[in-house]
Write a protein that binds this ligand. Structure first.
Ligand code: C5P
Length: 310
């Protein structure tokens, strides 16, 4: 028998440039209006033919569960069910996006797995059907598939592409210990963070002013429009993030925000050279386990290569 090909797929992490949160609905989910930017920090998935669905993890998160609770395994199982295939897969996941860091690393794993298994099994599902499966797996998974810049409404899963010019340079302060997204939303509710006039709907002003800022290609303009309604809740659960934001400010960042539900802090720089110098100063401030530089927007999940299975 000739070896069937293996497939390597790469999917990016994200930063929320705005994250406007309304009051929770009856299902406990919060209506959102958010603008995502995919950034150059990636999860790689190699899918090889196998019996059943198995997973190994390299890089960050090597201690994460590899059983049916892992979002990558759930993605493969969901696609197998939806497509009716009996084929299996062995997934090798190489993580560089911080675990539970507010950058949708787990969602990128799921998106990469959907695309890799789709190719490996030849399911013939289009991007739209994969997008619907992605939304079943988690609110951020559809964006990990599409990448670039997009506005998310609903749970963050209903996407509209957003035009953006130029490339933005960020410094990421990564913490050793993640934050659980549900607990940050619970803290947001406890603080009564949503605006009462919103009647459950998220406020819309921040996104309306951020979208044109992305057309200027000017980070100084973008810096004035960043907003994260979950930031106060993340700071409530992790007060030390205040030191990270202050360190970014002292290091000369144009602006700094908590990414998504945190605890990663994203600090905006003028260009790549400025990002490198802000990163050096933040490393010296010793407020994060790791300080990285990335740029965005970048493409969503994409097939890198079809490699021969060993
Ligand atoms: O959809 P996902 O599994 O990524 O969401 C993780 C958790 O974050 C949800 O279980 C929910 O507690 C919270 N969440 C929310 N409102 C959203 C998205 C997520 O309350 N729009």
């Amino acid at each position: 028998m000739t070896a069937r090909p293996a497939v390597r797929v790469r999917a990016p992490g994200k930063i929320n440039l705005t994250l406007c949160v309304g009051a929770p609905a009856a299902d406990g989910y919060h209506p959102l209006e958010t603008v995502f930017q995919a950034v150059s920090l990636y999860e790689d998935v190699v899918a090889r033919p196998a019996e059943g669905i198995t997973l190994e993890i390299q890089g960050r998160g090597a201690d994460l569960p590899t059983d049916g609770t892992n979002l990558a395994v759930r993605a493969a199982a969901l696609l197998r069910e939806a497509s009716g295939t009996e084929a299996g897969v062995h997934l090798t996941l190489t993580k560089t996006v911080p675990v539970a860091g507010g950058m949708a690393g787990g969602s990128a794993d799921a998106a990469a797995t959907l695309l890799a298994c789709d190719q490996l099994w030849g399911t013939g599902l289009g991007r739209e059907e994969l997008g619907a499966l992605a939304a079943e797996l988690g609110a951020d998974v559809p964006f990990s598939l599409t990448g670039m810049s997009a506005m998310g409404t609903g749970h963050g899963d209903l996407l509209t592409p957003v035009m953006s010019r130029g490339s933005y340079h960020w410094v990421l302060a990564v913490q050793a210990e993640g934050l659980s997204t549900p607990s940050v939303f619970r803290e947001f509710d406890r603080l009564g963070g949503h605006e009462p006039a919103g009647e459950g709907r998220p406020p819309t002003g921040a996104t309306a002013s951020l979208v044109p800022a992305l057309l200027t290609a000017d980070p100084l303009v973008l810096a004035r429009h960043l907003r994260n309604d979950l930031q106060e809740a993340a700071l409530g659960l992790r007060p030390a993030l205040g030191d990270v934001l202050a360190a970014a400010d002292r290091a000369g960042a144009l602006a700094a925000i908590v990414s998504g539900s945190g605890p990663t802090v994203a600090a905006l720089a003028l260009d790549a050279q400025h990002a490198a110098s802000v990163a050096d100063v933040m490393r010296a401030a010793d407020v994060a386990a790791e300080v990285l530089t990335v740029s965005g927007p970048v493409a969503g999940a994409r097939v890198l290569e079809q490699v021969n299975a060993r």
